[in-house]
Design a protein around this ligand. Sequence first.
Ligand code: ARG
Length: 299
Amino acid sequence: MTTPLSARTEQETRALDLRCGVPQILMCPPDFYGIEYEINPWMSRDQQADHAVATRQWSDLRALLEATGAKTLLMEPVAGLPDLVFTANAAMIYRDQAVLARFRYPERRGEEAYDETWLQARGFRVHRLEPGVYFEGAGDALFCGDTLVAGYRIRSDVRGHQQIGSMFGCRAIPLELVNPHYYHLDTCFCPLAPGRAIYFPGAFDEYGRRALAQAVDELIEVSEEEARRFACNAVVVGNTVLTNTGCPKMHAALTNRGFVCRETPLDEFVKAGGSAKCLTLRLDGEEAAGWKTAAHGPQ
Ligand code: ARG
């Protein structure tokens, strides 16, 4: 039996120790999760999520993350914010700074103030982008080494990524997302380590594919069939890669390269257009972030 949520969240209302070396992952229990509106092609109000199954799937994902050595921190769920479970969208993390999301769809905008309060209470310096610039957090902005790989058009705006690049003094590679099913970058691209990532080519145009190939040394292709199972929506903790079920080819490709792959069913969340990665926000920095390796690696 885990500690009740209220006790846990209270205990954790203090600055996080981001340099303790323990992977720290923000999640939000699916108490109020459901398909209440349709803002991407996966969502249909006629295809409701089963609450009991969703709760089990979410808890299994959490247990798996904890089993890999990660610590999960929980955000209190809020009635009327069904997509708050997708904490990847809350913000983009860079060291002790967080660039807060500004959601494109009004349906999700209620999450912003809530995410801001949570992050500030844990010691993050929270930045907001200029009014009118949409940005959907780690869903669309992922470090691969020193490069910020950033998806735009369907949700985030290219201007936001450019602002973030100059804010943190890093190279940002904006990639246009051209396939509505892969509306966030983390549905079609996942950095594994500096210079190494998986991706689904069908989510990008020719120009984007070329830009990606120039920015990342080793790109591992995911098939359309497995991309549809959210193979790219993977959580990387150390050497372990966690995904939804139904991604055997990608798992084999990564196992060959020395990764340990784990799967857990997340179909109830696929109904909202999300999977493992969307349900998490890495608070101490993504595994593949160059700045993180520098901070935590050998001195
Ligand atoms: N229903 C949510 C939306 O459309 C799903 C978000 C998935 N999150 C992600 N990081 N890809 O906004």
